[in-house]
Design a protein around this ligand. Structure first.
Ligand code: SF4
Length: 355
């Protein structure tokens, strides 16, 4: 394509107002935008030809000036338990991951989406951390992960978690825009959306101002600042006490219970002492605690830094963490026969391509 040729605009993932601006720019009446919006968000159309209430001329014009999706499926892994792990290629060729999970006890589907390509936080247990930060995703690219999953799987997504690659609150403007579109266009109830952060205090404050009824999950991973700095390096700017204050204010503003995520690394974060410290640290918060037994991952150079705690150590930690009356759960794992932790599929795919 030479420089003077127009690049077709991807419509999937745009807001109604953005689609309206696009149809008006083509000289089409504004109501066409509502029809296209319905085809994308309600009927999961995979092509303009499916949009049968548009005339053939309009469909032909759309095919010339637009594409439907901003992403292309690069790779799909399906686990024995039905978990579907997607690797999507963006318009600039970069790759992001998303996951679709279902739970036997609930006939609902949850999508886990990425908010950045790579991640700057550098958690020492995470494969994405090794990739470094590449770029922020746009709101459209975040939304389009859910739409592409719905189109591919044929399942309606009921819950969305911002827990894939990236730190959502380091891309806070686009993430907030995507939250509004997720609620208003995709139709996911705010209470069915979780944003998971490693603890970016200004981002937590900014999100609180939106006063959305979403769930905020904090990846705490250590009960004291010193150990936390080693595991979640970028957050050294804020002590765990600053973080607790920010969460307390978040709760006061939104009235929403916080989820505390805590990864159990054998011999590093899984002692009974640390469980008691954790219980005391979050005592004044309205929160529940979710323990994540570590799934060993290999860095690109093949090193494995941490080990998974034994079942006995997991249960002991849970018992002590419950000492101040909080609800403590051990995360149910999905897709363990495929690379289900964030960054793992991406790394495996790049390794395959390289070999
Ligand atoms: S765990 Fe999340 S925040 Fe930490 S490096 Fe991985 S993607 Fe980034």
């Amino acid at each position: 394509m030479n420089e003077l040729e127009e690049v077709p605009i991807a419509l999937s993932g745009l807001t109604l107002e953005e689609i309206e601006a696009f149809v008006l720019s083509l000289g089409l009446p504004k109501f066409r935008a509502r029809q296209i919006h319905t085809w994308i968000y309600v009927k999961y159309a995979g092509s303009f030809d499916e949009m049968t209430d548009l005339s053939k001329d309009v469909r032909d014009l759309l095919k010339l000036k637009a594409t439907l999706s901003s992403l292309e499926l690069a790779h799909l892994q399906v686990s024995d338990d039905g978990t579907r792990k997607y690797l999507f290629k963006l318009a600039d060729g970069k790759l992001v991951e998303s996951v679709l999970m279902s739970f036997e006890d609930r006939a609902t589907y949850s999508a886990c989406v990425s908010s950045q390509v790579g991640c700057a936080v550098g958690c020492t247990f995470c494969a994405t951390g090794y990739l470094g930060f590449k770029r922020n995703l746009t709101s459209q690219e975040i939304i389009d992960q859910v739409l592409a999953i719905q189109r591919e799987s044929g399942h309606r997504v009921a819950n969305v978690v911002y827990m894939g690659q990236g730190e959502p609150l380091l891309n806070v403007d686009e993430v907030i825009k995507s939250l509004h579109t997720m609620i208003n266009s995709v139709g996911i109830g705010a209470r069915h959306i979780t944003v998971s952060t490693s603890g970016i205090v200004p981002g937590i404050e900014r999100l609180a101002q939106e006063d959305l009824q979403i769930t905020l999950a904090l990846s705490l991973h250590a009960p004291d600042s010193e150990l936390r700095e080693q595991i979640v390096p970028i957050t050294r700017k804020w002590s765990v006490e600053d973080l607790m204050d920010a969460l307390y204010e978040y709760y006061k503003k939104t009235g929403r219970r916080i989820t505390i995520e805590y990864v159990l690394l054998a011999g590093v974060t899984d002692s009974a002492e640390q469980a008691k410290e954790l219980a005391m640290l979050v005592k004044r918060l309205h929160c529940n605690i979710n323990l994540i037994p570590y799934n060993p991952t290999e860095a690109l150079d093949g090193t494995v830094l941490y080990k998974r705690p034994t079942l006995e150590a997991q249960r002991r930690f849970k018992r002590f963490a419950e000492s101040t009356g909080k609800t403590v759960t051990i995360r149910l794992e999905r897709g363990t026969d495929i690379d289900a932790a964030c960054g793992q599929l991406h790394n495996a795919f790049e390794n395959d391509q390289a070999s």
